[in-house]
Unconditional design. Structure first.
Length: 215
């Protein structure tokens, strides 16, 4: 990886790789990097590769930053890529704005999340921010994350401590029987609590409960 320093007298070199299944998407990202990097007097970006999937060739140089589009592939590709390039900073650049996908990418090791629709021109800024220890997230995505955290807190506030324990048991994938055993209560009591939880949160299924607490 590049020796990235904060020497103000040097134009910093940052090596970058692009992984995007869409060929036009790769070309656009590459072009955007080149155009915006030329306007930035502080950093110098060297594009190492543009690929449609994670490279398996160990000869490929490890970049400082990897830009990945998760469209048309599972977000687990982020973790796989991180394992293949330990120490590389991963930035997601995609059209997918769902909060669930965003959270999954962060859990799997991404440090930034940009939407192509609104933040393509901020790509070089995001790379620079990342290399300086920060994290760049599209404003609309950041707002959605904040709103969801607030809504999740409201859900938790509506439930008693026991109801929250049982709700989290459902989120963890436990059966009613397993929850009953875990908290030393009867199966019928678990069912009563579940009904109360559904009523308070105005939902009708396990799926809705999981979505409310984890989405």
């Amino acid at each position: 990886m590049t020796d990235y320093t904060n020497d103000k007298n040097k134009k910093h070199l940052i090596t970058v790789g692009i992984i995007d299944r869409d060929e036009e998407g790769r070309k656009l990202t590459s072009l955007t990097l080149k155009e915006n990097a030329n306007k930035n007097k502080d950093i110098n970006i060297e594009l190492l590769f543009e690929l449609d999937k994670r490279p398996h060739n160990p000869v490929i140089q490890t970049p400082d930053v990897l830009i990945i589009d998760i469209e048309h592939q599972d977000s687990s590709c982020v973790e796989e890529t991180r394992n293949a390039f330990p120490g590389t900073q991963i930035i997601i650049l995609t059209t997918i704005a769902e909060v669930k996908a965003v959270r999954s990418c962060f859990r799997n090791g991404a440090v930034g999340y940009l939407l192509k629709q609104t933040c393509m021109s901020s790509l070089v800024q995001a790379i620079n921010t990342t290399m300086n220890g920060g994290s760049f997230v599209s404003p609309s995505v950041n707002r959605a994350l904040i709103e969801q955290s607030f809504n999740g807190k409201k859900c938790e506030d509506l439930l008693t401590a026991r109801e929250l324990q049982i709700a989290n048991g459902i989120v963890e994938g436990l059966s009613y029987k397993m929850i009953a055993q875990k908290y030393a209560i009867s199966l019928d009591t678990v069912r009563i609590y579940i009904k109360r939880i559904y009523r308070k949160l105005q939902i009708n299924s396990k799926g809705e409960l999981i979505a409310r607490l984890t989405a």
